[in-house]
Design a binder for this molecule. Sequence first.
Ligand SMILES: [Zn+2]
Length: 425
Amino acid sequence: MILIKGGRVMDPATNLDEEKDIVIDDKGKITGIYEPEEVQRNHYETVIDAAGEIVAPGFVDVHVHFRDPGLTHKEDIVTGSAAAAAGGYTTVICMANTKPPVDDVDIYKELQAREDKLPIHVLQTANVTKGMKGEELTSMEELHLAGVKGFTDDGVPIENAGLMREALKKCKELDVPISLHEEDGKLMYSQGVNKGTVSEQLGLPGAPDEAEYTLVARDLMLNKKIGAKLNIQHISSAVTVDLIRKAKKDGIRVYGEVTPQHLSATEDLVLEQGALARVNPPLRTEKDRQALLQGLKDGVIDMIATDHAPHSKEEKERGIAKAPSGMIGLETAFGLLMTYGVKEYGIPLMTVLRALTVNPAELYKLDAGKIYVGGPGDLVIFDPNREWVVSDAFVSKSTNSPFIGRKLCGKVTKTICNGKIVFTK
Ligand SMILES: [Zn+2]
């Protein structure tokens, strides 16, 4: 039995924001939420003193790359899940662009069986198309029955509109999210750096924002009559935020993800950090960043997802034109969100927590992201005011973060999953 004592408990599912004591039993379930001083501390073998800190539902990240199977020199499910726990996450959903990709039931079952043994909840998506080639749908029904939580070809946009319509229909029928990386290859000059002043300065052709928003517009319109759980991944452009705002107003079903890095940085970071700041879709302009912050603040953007994308040092040292795109994000997410979202932009902490917990959990129909008696003992404890400097001593197997050396405010101090302490600082 664990008693978490003296913390300010914040639960966006019920808007609870009060000092409470929480008890988790040996089966890993929350058995009581009490008024301060209602319970005696000497009845519990483990007492966590959370005075001065905030206790919230464990974070849920619906977009991570653990590179397992096939690319485990970058990350594997063990190191990836440990990095997640260090970032306050108790549930993550892995993308399916592994080697081989997760496009059939046998690959899925082998992977999920290993993921089920990890200390946090690691869940899995499968591909929309076979081999992520954009030509033929996977056996979505069979994969869904086997347990996959959603479908995505993340990393590769699906350019065939007819196939996309079929995929949306299938996902609607199965009532399962379809998550899309929206960058039309035909409109891209190069990847990973925004087409604009910075790409010009570096002599790179660049990734223009219209490559994102034209594909988003197409898929919103395709979903108009279908009503699938359409999830637009890692939104990067102000125009996309406007499109989603309008679509929601018009009753089109859509959900949006934003990453901590797109909320915290612009294309200027590429000048300072080179290939470490190369990411798909790219970091864009200050105007785009402000629109993303506002979209998160007013609820147009539903979820914060890290797009944790580990790459080795050797790969990132190939230079800005040749290095693979992506950055790690699980261990810096909360600090970036507190620093740039809550403290600098003024987004209420409860709104940020909602996008980290109950919103993603509800979209994926997970018993996660809320605090209730009988519910899972999955919690995060953090100090919203603790200052720290990002070092390269990551729990992740990779260190490809452009935020090393950055001073952040807000630090996860403990993560509890199934009633067990899985991270402590
Ligand atoms: Zn992506």
